[in-house]
Write a protein that binds this ligand. Structure first.
Ligand code: LR7
Ligand code: MN
Length: 566
């Protein structure tokens, strides 16, 4: 059998016709499973099907009763040793369960996630611009990439989908090198573009944009699934105003079972960021909620997550696309968010549009060695867009900027476009953000007797856990704290909190009580609000304690990095 006479049976074809999808090269016929016969359950059909994975992935034909259909979870129960090894390899390579993905049809069905509001007649303009969908990837799993592409083709109105541009960012996985063109040649709308050398996500996206012929660019990560009606609501917002940049609601596809978790309109979040220049999610603020009659209407968002959005091609160019000095990954989402708002546009999340994304817990691919790529990207971002506020980011990274390259052309762009200030952006678009300059004191919280500093990361995983201690290092990071006017000791949205047992990190609530700390400059003690006890370090210098205040006790003496003038 040669590859040429095998073709994929799309959803338009009758799945019962005995056609088998094979893209593996060294395929033994015995290993190819035929589409399900009614007597066999899908679970049985694929159980311990480890061999299939060793010969490369063959996309499965549609099967209404197959695993993962309707977005349901698929679990491999009690795999034998051989299968377990294949599962582990898949995790290792991709940081998600590739084995499970390989057993789910690349055309699997998903429920329609849309709010009734979205389905009203004439909800969207009838004359919408067409879009080029651009998907960049570096070493993406075959079945995951195909499912992304098919979900676009299967669920986008043909006249709105100008093309799909796959930008291969110098992958070395053999399925991507050897089988991509032959597979995609069956789909005239799909174009494959190759980077000769690793360009990084951001420059790969720019390559995609150069090849695009649609009026609107739509970017997706390479492990996504688009749901019914995802495209029209995005294009509608852009058709009404070319300077509106839009993101779908990003639903979670489970990294282990590939279950599709829908987020209904009431659970929609908007994007923010913290002073590490890291993106984060928030509930829609009241000021924005009040503007809408239905929770399905598009909402303004201060920032975008980065991977999934549509933008008018001309507007993207007017904004100077991305900073091509950004390497590999990161920072580009905030750059585009800030300049969209500051240079005359609007950024929105569109609850009628849902796209699933596999969130990974680690990055599976190689980064450049020897440079902190993300930090360098963020410094370029801060230099160009943050005005004086950049110092708050630099406080976090210990003011060590290193060589971040030349940003003069980006600064010129900002001046030429006469964009508004970052202060305008914070006051008008993101008033919820805590501004470190409004803190009473900031920097390290040092125990004067031991030279230990309060030290904790404040990621979601660190909340509700005891606050740590570490020798003071004077580099910001996990030792950077702020004493707010309200008496909180905080970093971003995490506050030191004491409820009678240990001093922990807790989301700031703004109502004093367990998060209220009162510093006494004379005695250097830090008295806690509700308990009236004082913060101390244990005699072994290894943990925080709360003790009856005693100004003669050296273990209760603390110093803040610096005090802001009042
Ligand atoms: O060198 C590279 N070349 C690439 O083409 C590195 C990565 N890539 C591709 C990669 O194959 C993937 O398709 O770039 C895409 C994004 O990388 P991921 O999926 O490893 O990272 P992520 O999902 O955490 O990425 C989020 O942040 C990135 C950097 O800022 C990009 O903006 C991603 O597009 C973005 N993803 C999303 O917004 C989806 C929702 C995640 C959240 C929050
Ligand atoms: Mn991703």
């Amino acid at each position: 059998r040669s590859l040429d006479n095998l073709s994929l049976s799309g959803p338009d074809k009758d799945p019962s016709q005995n056609e088998v999808d094979v893209q593996g090269v060294k395929v033994d016929d015995n290993l190819i499973k035929k589409p399900s016969s009614s007597s066999q359950s899908s679970a049985e059909r694929w159980k311990n099907d480890a061999e299939r994975h060793e010969v490369g992935v063959m996309p499965l034909p549609p099967d209404p009763n197959g695993p993962g259909e309707l977005g349901k979870p698929f679990k491999i129960e009690n795999p034998d040793a051989k299968t377990k090894k294949v599962i582990d390899d898949g995790w290792q390579k991709n940081a998600f369960n590739q084995y499970v993905s390989d057993l789910i049809s690349v055309h699997r069905t998903l429920p329609d996630p849309r709010d009734e509001w979205c389905k009203a007649p004439n909800r969207f303009l009838s004359d919408l611009p067409s879009t080029s969908v651009i998907i960049c990837f570096h070493n993406e799993a075959w079945s995951i990439l195909l499912r992304t592409v098919h979900s676009v083709m299967d669920r986008s109105p043909s006249h709105l989908l100008k093309e799909i541009i796959l930008v291969d960012d110098a992958s070395d996985m053999s399925h991507l090198q050897e089988q991509l063109e032959s597979y995609m040649s069956k789909y005239p709308k799909v174009k494959v573009v190759r980077e000769k050398e690793r360009a990084g996500l951001i420059r790969a996206r720019l390559t995609g944009a150069r090849h695009a012929t649609g009026q609107v660019l739509t970017y997706l990560d390479s492990h996504c699934e688009c749901t019914t009606g995802w495209l029209e609501p995005l294009l509608d917002r852009i058709a009404r105003d070319r300077t509106t940049v839009v993101c779908p609601v990003i639903d979670v596809i489970d990294d282990d079972t590939l279950e599709y978790h829908f987020r209904d309109s009431s659970g929609v979040n908007v994007g923010g960021f913290d002073w590490n220049l890291q993106f984060n999610w928030h509930a829609i603020p009241e000021r924005e909620r009040k503007k809408h009659n239905s929770s399905a209407e598009a909402v303004a968002t201060p920032t975008m997550a980065g991977g999934l959005f549509s933008i008018d091609k001309d507007f993207f160019e007017r904004l100077g696309t991305y900073d091509s000095g950004f390497d590999i990954w990161g920072g580009e989402n905030l750059e585009l968010s800030f300049k969209t708002w500051m240079c005359g546009g609007t950024l929105e999340i569109v609850p009628c549009s849902h796209v699933g994304h596999i969130f990974r817990k680690r990055s599976p691919y190689k980064w450049r060695s020897g440079v902190n790529v993300l930090r360098k990207n963020s410094i370029r971002l801060a230099e160009v867009w943050l005005d004086d506020y950049k110092k708050y980011y630099y406080d976090r990274i210990g003011h060590d900027l290193g060589d971040f390259g030349d940003v003069s052309s980006r600064t010129k762009l900002r001046n030429d476009l006469q964009c508004k200030t970052f202060k305008w952006y914070l006051d008008n678009i993101y008033p919820e953000l805590f501004i470190p300059g409004e803190a009473v004191a900031n920097g390290e919280v040092r125990n004067s007797w031991s030279s230990q500093c309060v030290d904790s990361a404040v990621k979601a995983d660190d909340l509700h856990k005891p606050v740590g201690l570490w020798p003071c290092h004077n580099q910001g990071g996990n030792q950077y704290w702020m004493l707010s006017k309200e008496g909180e000791i905080r970093r971003d949205e995490a506050c030191l909190d004491y409820a009678g047992s240990e001093v922990i990190l807790y989301p700031c609530h703004g109502s004093k009580g367990n998060q209220f700390w009162e510093y006494n400059h004379q005695t250097q003690t830090m008295r806690h609000g509700s308990s009236r006890k004082c913060l101390a370090i244990g005699p072994n210098k290894d943990k925080l304690l709360m003790e009856i205040c005693d100004p003669t006790e050296k273990r209760q003496r603390w110093k803040f990095g610096s005090w802001n003038s009042e």
